[in-house]
Structure formats: C-alpha cells, structure tokens
Design a protein around this ligand. Structure first.
Ligand code: ADP
Length: 240
C-alpha cells in the first residue's frame, strides 16, 4: 500500500510539473510572438490606409519580422521535443569520443573564423543519451562561436571530480553581465543589450541544454565576466 501511494504521489507531482511547464511555455510564446505580430499588423494597416508607401525598406523590415517568427516556430518545435518527450535513449559510451567528434565537426568552423578551439578529455565512461548530450555541447559551442571574436579561445574540458563527471565549456569572448546571469537558462531570454537579434538566436539554446542536463540527473552553472569570457560547467553523475 505504501509503495502504491508513493507511486501515486510521484505521478501527481510529475503531472503537476508537466502542467506548469505547459502553462509557462504558452505564456512565453504568447509574449514573444506579440511584438513582431503587432509590428506586422500596424505597418500593414498603415499601408492599407495609405498612411505609408510600401517602399523597399519598410517591406524588408516586415519581411525580417516574418523570418523571426518563422525561426521562433522552428525553435519551439525543437524545444517541445526535449520538454515533452523527456524519454532518454540510454546507452554506454565514452564522453571522450563525443568530445572528439565535436572537435572534428567544429575544428574547421573555428579556424575559418580565426578562433581557437581546444578539446581535452580523459576516458570517461558514461550512461546516457548520446545524441542529446552531444546536442547540449553543440548548443554551448554554437554560443561560444557567436559570442567570441577573432583570436578568442574556446576550451572544452571533461574530467572526473569527486565521483562526478564535469564538462566545462570556457570562452574568452564578450562575457555576460552579472544582472543577466540568473536568467540566461530561461527560455527566450537573451542578455544582449536592447535584445539585439543580429546573432540570430531566439534565447532557447541554453534552456534546451539545461533540460538535457537535468534529464540526466545533472546540473549546469555559469560564471562570466564582461570582456573576459564565460564558463559553463556541467556536472553529471558518473557511471562508476
Ligand atoms: P540565443 O539563441 O540567444 O543564443 P541562448 O539560450 O543560447 O539563446 O542564450 C541566452 C543568452 O545568453 C544569449 O542571448 C546571450 O546573451 C547569452 N550567452 C549565452 N552563451 C554565451 C556566451 N558563451 N558568451 C556570452 N553570452 C552568452
């Protein structure tokens, strides 16, 4: 009877978590979509009423807004896959192999943009979802690429610390101001001043990283200094 009631409690807690997630996602989406849709609406009305000429510049501006909405929808699709299908496809693998394949994948991108990528890992047996762990690291590296300039360095290091596996992704890029740090793992949060979108993201990458890490029983934290760089630190329970 005890174990039955425990299972029911766990089930109701899980359902409540899902429900909260769903509510938050819906309100985040509504909030993020409102601005570009309002802009589109008011500008189109101005064209229809003859207040504005639909010239090249204005049409291009509106086109940019529609591209942004499209990107947001693509990101949402990705996000819903991670949030709602929290099932992991578990296998045993060596994290060093993942890091090596990332180095192969990103080495050229880094040298083309005249940045330095360093990868360092000991053999680290791990049980987890290989593709998702890779996705998490790829998201961190994509950010590291976006927020660094020529001659900057990005280093991924994986090592064992007190029976935990630690993966650090450290860059010498723009850094993040302290007031933004508590929020960067929230979906749609972008720390760039004036929420400038020139770097192309919509603030979803890190929330995906966080949900992948947590689905593996791990944690993620960040330390950063403006103009000095950023270090993301993932801690995962070790298989041994
Ligand atoms: P985005 O799609 O905007 O990159 P993320 O969720 O991946 O969204 O990141 C959220 C915000 O955190 C980014 O907009 C950026 O301001 C900040 N950020 C993330 N990674 C870095 C980094 N390595 N260096 C500086 N800022 C970063």
């Amino acid at each position: 009877l005890n174990s039955l009631s425990e299972s029911i409690n766990n089930l109701s807690a899980a359902l409540e978590r899902q429900e909260n997630l769903r509510k938050r996602l819906t309100s985040d989406v509504a909030h993020e979509l409102r601005t570009p849709v309002t802009t589109l609406q008011s500008h189109l009305e101005a064209f229809i009423d003859g207040v504005w000429e639909p010239d090249q510049k204005r049409l291009r501006g509106l086109h940019e807004e529609t591209v942004r909405i499209g990107n947001m929808i693509n990101d949402l699709e990705k996000l819903s896959r991670y949030d709602y299908e929290a099932r992991l496809d578990l296998s045993n693998f060596d994290l060093a192999d993942i890091l090596q394949s990332i180095q192969e994948m990103y080495g050229i991108k880094f040298s083309e943009s005249k940045k330095i990528l360093k990868v360092d890992s000991e053999h680290l047996p791990f049980t987890g979802d290989k593709d998702r762990i890779k996705q998490a690291l790829v998201n961190l590296l994509d950010n590291a690429l976006k927020y660094t300039k020529e001659k900057d360095q990005v280093e991924i290091r994986a090592f064992l610390e007190k029976r935990n596996i630690v993966i650090e992704v450290k860059d010498t890029g723009t850094g993040i101001r302290e007031e933004h740090l508590p929020y960067i793992f929230e979906r749609f949060y972008r720390a760039d001043d004036s929420r400038n979108r020139s770097t192309g993201g919509s603030g979803i990458g890190l929330s995906i990283v966080k949900s992948i890490v947590e689905a593996h029983g791990g944690t993620i934290s960040v330390t950063s200094k403006p103009e000095e760089g950023t270090c993301f630190r993932i801690t995962l329970p070790s298989a041994s």
